[in-house]
Every structure is written in structure tokens, then in C-alpha cells.
Design a protein around this ligand. Structure first.
Ligand SMILES: [Zn+2]
Length: 114
């Protein structure tokens, strides 16, 4: 899938992966979302511990390694991921609501760099 890593950005700044967005609202609705000038590349996300930029959200590889030997870091990482997971249903609900109200222009389609 060539859009596997593409993202939809909500007005809150939260992101939903395009394959999930398509499952939620259908491909036709996703195609109506304006394309952002932003590109998802290796600078897109920020490690919540050290601020290192990366293509993936969450801890950077160095902080993962550190967290394996540091209980406090590990706890922080677990909390961070837990918060992200618990936000997910809300984020999806907000997205589906916006599409239902046809507020496509408040959303942005962010393409992933090849
Ligand atoms: Zn880091």
C-alpha cells in the first residue's frame, strides 16, 4: 500500500494513520481532505524523552535502549504509550464527527516521504 505511512492531521495536532482513517470513513471521504504542505519524514515526530526527530512517533532507538536499563525511564515510556493508546478512541471519534459534518478543510492529509 503506497499510503500506508500517510497520516491525517486533526485540528488538535493529533494524527490518525490513513489506513485506519479509510476504515473509519471510507476512501472517498479521505480523498476529500486537503493535502498538507507538511511531509512525514525522518524529522516529523519528536522523541518524548530527548527530542530526537524521527519517522515514527514515540521513543527514539537510543531512549529505548536506555529505558531497558533505567526503571524511571521505562515507567515514563510506559505511561507515555498508555496515554497515547487511551487517547485513540477519542481521536477517532473526533475525526469521524468532523467527516460526518463535512469539515474536510479543518483536516490535513500528510503524505509520507518515499
Ligand atoms: Zn530519545
Amino acid at each position: 500500500m503506497d499510503d500506508y505511512y500517510d497520516l491525517i492531521e486533526l485540528p488538535s495536532g493529533a494524527h490518525i494513520p490513513v489506513p485506519i482513517a479509510k476504515k473509519l470513513v471510507g476512501e472517498e471521504a479521505v480523498r476529500k481532505i486537503p493535502v498538507s504542505h507538511k511531509v512525514r519524514n525522518e524529522l516529523f515526530f519528536e522523541c518524548p524523552i530527548c527530542g530526537e526527530r524521527g519517522f515514527y512517533s514515540g521513543l527514539c532507538p537510543d531512549c529505548w535502549l536506555d529505558a531497558e536499563h533505567d526503571d524511571e525511564l521505562e515507567e515514563f515510556a510506559n505511561k507515555w504509550y498508555y496515554m497515547r493508546m487511551s487517547d485513540y478512541p477519542l481521536k477517532e471519534k473526533a475525526f469521524v464527527n468532523m467527516v460526518k459534518k463535512r469539515r474536510f478543510r479543518k483536516l490535513r492529509y500528510i503524505k509520507a516521504e518515499e
